[in-house]
Design a protein around this ligand. Structure first.
Ligand code: IPE
Ligand code: MG
Length: 212
């Protein structure tokens, strides 16, 4: 999700208003995904690097996360969506961690779709923590130690706002992911734009390094 700040600036507003509007896009994409029978939808909400933003923006985003979880509890339950958060949970506040655990447990029976919010996440951090835990275990498969263990690798990664980079997201897991880049800013990325991205994905010929 990218472009919230620019969306707000274009309207002469503070960056946080872009983040507020971005939450509406999250809901739209989540609902559309559930309607379409998509089993996993993930949102890169806050990176390890984002901790370096001004304190007011960081705390604003954490507050927004907390509030959105409370406001959307019904959306998750009504749509059979299991809510999960993946990332370096040790950097989150106790109250946010408690709220995350509560919502995860409350929605765990949701079998229609899993919605994953990547929070305080970076791909390099994930590989590093997995390598450390694997080394302690002595042997095994690195994949089983990534925070995404048990979650299928993404089929499609959509990046909004015209930027064309991975920005330390799922580095290991995106080995064969298809990429769609759009100039649309995240707060403007709704059902219509999502369906366009899915149409583009559907036209791709995925060979996974093999021949057809
Ligand atoms: C994405 O929007 C949201 C987060 C990374 C939290 P940005 O905040 O990166 O918005 P721009 O890139 O400044 O427009
Ligand atoms: Mg950005």
């Amino acid at each position: 999700m990218d472009g919230n700040g620019r969306w707000a600036a274009a309207r002469g507003k503070e960056r946080i208003f872009g983040h507020f509007e971005g939450v509406e896009s999250v809901r739209a994409i989540m609902e559309t995904s559930a309607e379409l029978g998509i089993e996993y939808v993930s949102f890169f909400a806050f990176s390890e690097e984002n901790w370096g933003r001004p304190e007011a923006e960081v705390s604003g985003l954490m507050d927004l996360m907390m509030r959105s979880m409370k406001n959307e509890t019904k959306t998750f339950l009504d749509n059979g969506i299991h809510f999960r958060v993946l990332g370096d949970r040790s950097r989150l506040s106790d109250s946010l961690n408690a709220a995350i655990d509560e919502l995860d447990e409350a929605t765990a029976a949701g079998t229609r779709m899993t919605a994953i919010i990547f929070l305080s996440y970076s791909g390099k951090w994930d590989i590093r923590q997995a390598a450390e835990r694997l080394a302690r275990a002595g042997s095994g498969d690195l994949e089983d130690y990534l925070v995404t263990a048990g979650v299928p690798d993404p089929d499609l990664m959509i990046r909004t706002s015209g930027e064309k980079r991975i920005s330390n997201f799922l580095l290991w897991q995106m080995a064969y992911t298809e990429f769609v880049f759009t100039d649309t800013l995240w707060p403007d990325f709704r059902k219509e734009q999502y369906l366009d991205a899915l149409k583009e994905y559907a036209s791709r010929d995925r060979r996974f390094g093999k021949v057809k």
